[in-house]
Write a protein that binds this ligand. Structure first.
Ligand code: ADP
Length: 323
């Protein structure tokens, strides 16, 4: 390959800029031409494709968001849209693509790469962490640290007033942010989509704590838990325990933003470098991850099927440590 493109697609995550920078600089180092494609697959269809230089990615390693912008793109679900995207890539002579995004973006890349002769390399960029084939996803570490910092602050005020706070963190189908931030902040309970919650047990443990005058309580809920988020859990708790001063806090989009953590910058830099190497070695249609500190290549079609499993033993640990 002599010309490659890079894009960020789907939900954004902190560290995407560090990955873009690594792709651009590694490509230029190897005398490739590197094109930045804006707004994910939209940019391929609308021909928003610009040459990147070393200076185009200066001063971005520490910035959240993505300088290439991200988007969801309806047209890319249709063959006609993907064909138009292909024609635009051809026009620029682009022979390989680096897609930084989540499993939806990889589903699109997989389809595109099997229909047209453009090898695609996927880099896992998502705050949800739930992708198989990697121990790290770009953005998770930052997001979970943001959640921890916020929950610590909530604990201070919860403690001052003896309140129960039910805190909602992001994760529509993934409980990783909830699990990790909940453990790290000493939550009494953690509700995640991957595990069934016995509401009677939850109420009984809160009643027990009320009796023991252990009044500070934090419950961390993933937005996609079976009750449908923190507000719904609070409704049940208020109904059953009207004496408890129960408050809800939804952390929301602060979890997506902010300066990426050191780990996210390292992972993004290593994966961005590896993506260019992979294209030069003639690899195609794989997601690159890191397992046990080694690069790991998972075919895109497998990467979109498998989910990283949560170790349920953590939930037991939460119960024991919060008692
Ligand atoms: P994420 O990558 O964060 O999971 P999405 O699921 O929104 O985000 O996917 C991002 C984009 O990838 C979609 O807007 C669409 O353009 C493309 N895409 C997702 N799934 C498919 C698919 N099955 N076929 C074609 N394109 C897809």
């Amino acid at each position: 390959v002599t010309k490659i493109g890079v894009l960020t697609s789907g939900g954004d995550s902190p560290g995407m800029n560090a990955a873009i920078r690594a792709v651009v600089r590694t490509g230029l180092y190897n005398n490739l031409e590197v094109f930045g494609i804006t707004r994910g697959y939209m940019g391929m269809i609308d021909d928003d494709i610009v040459p990147m230089h070393s200076r185009s990615v200066a001063n971005i390693i520490q910035r959240g968001g993505t300088i290439l912008k991200s988007a969801r793109c309806k047209e890319f679900y249709e063959f006609e849209g993907r064909k138009k995207a292909y024609e635009n890539l051809r026009k620029h002579g682009i022979e390989g693509l680096v897609v930084i995004g989540g499993d939806g973006s990889f589903r699109g890349a997989q389809k595109f790469a099997t229909e047209f002769d453009i090898p695609c390399i996927g880099l896992p960029g998502t705050i949800d962490k739930d992708m198989a084939g990697t121990d790290f996803t770009i953005g998770f570490d930052t997001a979970v640290n943001t959640a921890v910092e916020a929950i610590d602050k909530i604990r201070d005020t919860a403690d001052a007033h003896d309140r129960l706070f039910i805190i909602e963190v992001m994760g529509r189908d993934s409980g990783y942010i909830a699990l990790h931030s909940g453990i790290a902040t000493g939550a009494e309970n953690i509700l995640i989509p991957e595990a069934k919650t016995n509401i009677e047990d939850l109420i009984a443990s809160l009643e027990d704590k009320q009796r023991r005058k252990k009044l500070v309580n934090l419950i961390v809920v993933a937005e996609g838990d079976e009750f449908g988020g923190a507000e719904e859990v609070a409704k049940v708790v208020r109904q059953r325990l009207p004496d408890m001063d129960t408050r809800v806090c939804i952390l929301g989009h602060i979890q997506r933003g902010g300066s990426p953590s050191c780990i996210d910058r390292l992972v993004a830099s290593r994966l961005g470098y590896a993506a260019v190497e992979a294209l030069m070695e003639g690899r195609h249609n794989v997601m690159i991850g890191i397992i046990n500190n080694k690069l790991h290549y998972t075919p895109l079609d497998l990467a979109v099927k498998a989910k990283q499993k949560i170790d349920k033993e953590w939930l037991k640990i939460v119960k024991i440590l919060a008692s």
